[in-house]
Ligand binder design. Structure first.
Ligand code: 5AD
Ligand code: FES
Length: 347
């Protein structure tokens, strides 16, 4: 067996030059070997279970202007929507009946949803569904605000660091946003007691191999409960419309490396991965991922939550993502389970 893979498996970490070698020698053979090891590791903790999260994309208004994102505020052509509190609760109800025990409230940074209103929504979901986990994915806030969300009953928070390198961060975001503040948010969230998810886009504009190595080191040090990575996919109404997408192969390699570095992490096979390849999510699970996030948003608004081009699950045929994913997982020998799917030892 490849010595570097052996070391990665034993020590759960590698030197930068070893990671660089893996990233620069990404052959089918290497990927298969890494994937096999990664699967073994994830099976040890999670068996062949795949956890699901019901994703509710409740607003696509956003005050930020990230250069890569289709719902950036400068995109005048985006058709904006917000779900009402009643609609959000209705999504949870449908989701609960389908078997979901985690709801992910994801949205742009929309000032129209005040902290008080978010607290209210969280409390209502908490009261109605005491056996469910509530995950938020609503961007950068103050520590006090995060604290209020936690107290209201939220359990988990997703906030991708996007890139650990300040200079690279500058190329992806306007000056109002900084890598330092993103990292501050992640630190605050951890301190408060959230199960925290971070991550980055594979093949994002101007990303170098060195950047990825920094991302891996950042993630290893943060030790998050969840890690979301997916390929960058250009959106036609953004400044980065002509940058080529990240590849399936590089994303799969990184999923396997991350699984070996953080054996117990919850790692989704993302929608972006399913968008660049019809079987991307299946390949993601086979590379060591153990979570899928079917869309629970009302079908009418799905096409509008367009972070990148050709996003899957936006047509009428996608009303039942859960059934679709359940079949997909079965086809590769994995089973979707109906529980909260917490990080081990953190309930
Ligand atoms: N391609 C892939 N992923 C994207 N995201 C935003 N825009 C794109 C894109 N064009 C990701 C970001 C963000 C998450 C919600 O979606 O990493 O954190
Ligand atoms: Fe949404 Fe298959 S998961 S249509």
């Amino acid at each position: 067996m490849n010595k570097i893979i052996e070391k990665l498996e034993e020590q759960r970490n590698l030197e930068s030059d070893e990671l660089k070698w893996l990233l620069e020698n990404n052959t089918e053979e290497l990927r298969q070997e890494l994937a096999q090891r990664a699967r073994q590791v994830s099976t040890k903790t999670y068996s062949n279970d795949v956890y699901t999260r019901g994703l509710i994309e409740f607003t696509n208004y956003c005050k930020n202007d990230c250069y890569y994102c289709g719902i950036r505020k400068s995109n005048q052509e985006a058709h904006r929507y917000r779900l009402t509190e009643t609609e959000i609760l209705e999504c949870c109800k449908i989701g609960y009946e389908l078997g979901f025990r985690t709801f992910v409230l994801q949205g742009g940074e929309d000032p129209d949803f005040t902290d008080d209103q978010m607290v209210d929504i969280i409390q209502k979901i908490r009261k109605e569904y005491p056996d469910c986990a509530i995950t938020l994915s609503i961007g950068e806030k103050s520590k006090e605000t995060y604290q209020a969300f936690f107290k209201a009953g939220a359990n988990r928070y997703l906030l991708r660091h996007e890139t650990a390198n300040e200079e690279h961060y500058r190329k992806l975001h306007p000056k109002e946003l900084s890598s330092a503040n993103r990292k501050r948010c992640l630190k605050d969230l951890k301190e408060i007691g959230f199960q925290v998810g971070t991550g980055f886009m594979v093949g994002s504009p101007h990303q170098t191999v060195e950047n990825i190595i920094e991302d891996l080191a950042f993630i290893k040090a943060l030790d998050p409960e969840m890690i979301g990575i997916g390929p960058f996919i250009p959106h036609q109404q953004t400044p980065y419309k002509d940058i080529k997408p990240g590849t399936l192969e590089e994303t799969l390699l990184l999923i396997s490396i991350l699984r070996l570095m953080l054996p117990k992490a919850l790692i989704p096979a993302t929608t972006a991965l399913g968008t660049i390849n019809p079987q991307g999510r299946e390949f993601g699970i086979l590379a060591g991922a153990n979570v899928v996030m079917p869309n629970l948003s009302p079908v009418e608004v799905r096409k509008d939550y367009s972070l990148y081009d050709n996003k899957i699950c936006t047509g009428d045929e996608a009303a039942e993502c859960r059934v679709c994913l359940s079949g997909r997982m079965k086809s590769i020998g994995y089973e979707i389970v109906n529980n909260r799917g917490d990080y081990p030892n953190k309930i």
